[in-house]
Design a protein around this ligand. Structure first.
Ligand code: FAD
Length: 539
């Protein structure tokens, strides 16, 4: 089979136009093409008057060798890679091995647990938050009733941080082993729409994620795994640089030699515990900023012109970058077409924004983080200094919002002009429990304010109307990625100074987003399995 890419057809092409386009591209006769299947469909909207669909297909040909020879050297004609997932080990090769423990049931922990269960290692998954249905009620409690549950919220609970999200499932990471395909296939098995296997920027939306996470939990349990909620890991038992066990917040002690630490970027108390126990951590760069909201129709028009709301295009997204005069880069982050801005704090009396959407992406506003890259030079003081920095600005946002988890907000027009907003205009912010019009100029460090002020008019030159007066900024966006790394070895995936501890996913600094966290979960689970087998072989 060969994979043919970059087959371009007009957006409204006839249903049967793909076959002749393949034949033409390969310069073959029609009956030389035995069959084909769709691998990927994206679009090219650079020329608005002529938006094109861009296909990759897998083809079976009468004479593949001849076609390959004729197109040799073309990056768009190549043998179809083998994308099947093959387990790297099996528990039958490690009889009597201790059960591995996975801490955290976000996408990383979920996939680590699933892969370990599929290899027969019967993992124990410990999650500090609640099962996803109960967690949903608690999360809505903050949005509707201003009540935060510090152990059950947007960051903590079954499904992890991505559960109340847009469910975007793509990333720019290198994936030579095609582990992303395994992730997408497992998601489809759990109820995601089949199209995530072939559209170029798949997304799931929040409602469906809830039931998918439940199905994946059921699969892990059916394979002998165990999932325990409301079980916060409070301490580790380390002896001579080797993990021996862990203690839960309840006081229960669990012996454990292999622990996948997939705790996400908001487990600040756990980071503090790791630091106190001497596990090697280091500060890393992340980004801070605001969330911006525009009418989705403005973004659709700017991107798609006359093709607005075409069923194959959906609601338009965007990606923007600006290098500011003060040396800072400002960029759009986690853009959610047709979605809502959500209250995403996990700590009392702090305000954090993020974005989510449903599968339909049909809400009135488009939202995105507009964030500024920062480095440990901006928050000197060791591995935990980034957390103190985040807390400082999240508390400031709470204060500016006037309490009750209301977010401080400002129109883009007022923000650029440097005057406080006393009212908001035609763009109604979607953040719940509410937005307080104010002055955001003291909501972040001066360099970040200056860089964002410069970036918004520059973005307006790319998307006309982007700096419209009534677009709304709400703050603050501080949980863009982990402020630290739990550094691990490249070869065995274990902490550089703590054997048996396998840092994984976003919180450990090895992923950013659902898809890459899930892939990292697979790789770490494989490392755990290999080590379990190797140790049993030595024993
Ligand atoms: P997490 O998902 O953060 O999971 C960590 C888990 O560990 C949590 O469930 C937590 O409760 C648990 N935990 C922490 N400490 C302990 C402990 N001591 N004991 C036991 N359990 C513990 N990414 C995308 O790719 N696409 C999107 O559209 C998208 N939208 C988002 C929208 C929102 C509102 C948010 C908050 C995030 C969004 N993200 C999105 C980011 C994405 O959710 C994260 O990158 C991803 O969830 C990271 O996965 P993870 O498994 O590494 O960590």
């Amino acid at each position: 089979m060969l994979r043919i890419s970059e087959i371009k057809l007009p957006l409204d092409h006839a249903e049967d136009a793909l076959r002749p386009a393949i034949v033409q591209k390969l310069e073959i006769a029609d009956d030389d093409l035995i069959s084909f299947s769709l691998f990927r469909r994206g679009y090219d909207a650079r020329k608005q008057a002529n938006i094109l669909l861009v296909y990759s297909v897998d083809v079976v040909l009468r004479d593949e060798a001849a076609v390959l020879a004729r197109h040799g050297g073309s990056p768009h004609v190549a043998p179809t890679p083998d994308m099947a997932y093959r387990p790297v080990a099996n528990a039958s090769a490690a009889p009597g091995a201790a059960r591995p423990v996975v801490v955290g049931m976000g996408p990383c922990g979920l996939f680590a647990g699933l892969i370990l269960a599929q290899m027969g290692f019967r993992p124990i998954i410990l999650e500090r938050g609640k099962a996803v249905r109960e967690r949903t009620k608690d999360t809505w409690g903050l949005w509707r009733k201003e009540v935060l549950h510090p152990e059950s919220n947007v960051q903590f609970g079954e499904g992890g941080a991505g559960t109340f999200s847009d469910g975007k499932l793509y990333s720019q990471i290198k994936d030579p082993r095609h582990l992303g395909r395994k992730v997408l296939e497992e998601f489809v098995r759990a109820g995601a729409p089949e199209e995530i296997l072939y559209v170029s920027k798949p997304h799931i939306g929040t409602f469906r994620l809830v039931s998918m996470v439940e199905k994946m939990r059921a699969s892990i349990e059916a394979l002998g795994g165990e999932v325990r909620f409301e079980q916060r890991v409070a301490d580790l038992d380390l002896q001579h640089g080797q993990l021996r066990g862990l203690t839960l917040a309840s006081g229960e002690y669990l012996p454990c030699t292999h622990l996948v630490l997939a705790i996400g970027h908001s487990a600040r108390d756990t980071f503090e515990m790791l630091h106190a126990r001497g596990v090697f951590l280091e500060a890393k760069p992340f980004s801070i900023g605001f969330r911006i909201e525009h009418p989705q129709s403005l973004i659709d028009r700017a991107r798609f012109g006359k093709f607005v709301r075409h069923p194959l295009l959906g609601a338009a997204d965007y990606k923007l970058v600006h290098h500011s005069g003060n040396g800072r880069s400002v960029y759009s982050f986690c853009m959610c077409p047709g979605g809502t801005v959500v209250a995403a704090t996990s700590e009392p009396n702090r305000v954090v924004t993020n974005g989510m959407s449903q599968y339909s992406r049909a809400e009135r506003n488009a939202n995105a983080g507009i964030v500024v890259g920062i480095t440990p030079d901006d928050y000197p003081g060791g591995p935990l200094a980034g957390i103190a920095f985040q807390r400082q600005w999240e508390s400031r946002a709470y204060e500016l919002g006037g309490g009750g988890y209301h977010a401080p907000g400002q129109t883009v027009g007022d923000f650029i002009a440097g005057r406080p907003s006393t009212a908001l205009g035609s763009v109604q912010p979607s953040y719940k429990p509410g937005v307080t019009p104010t002055d955001l100029s003291t909501a972040l460090p001066d360099y970040a304010i200056e860089a964002i002020r410069e970036a918004l008019p520059a973005f307006d030159r790319k998307i006309r109307g982007y700096a419209m007066h009534d677009a709304v900024l709400t703050g603050v966006e501080t949980r863009t990625s982990s402020p630290l790394r739990i550094t691990r070895n490249n070869d065995d995936y274990q902490s550089v100074n703590t054997a048996g501890l396998f840092p994984a996913g976003e919180g450990a600094g090895y992923a950013g987003g659902i898809y890459s966290a899930a892939i990292d979960g697979i790789e770490v689970a494989e490392a755990v399995a290999r080590d379990l087998v190797a140790r049993q072989a030595k024993a």
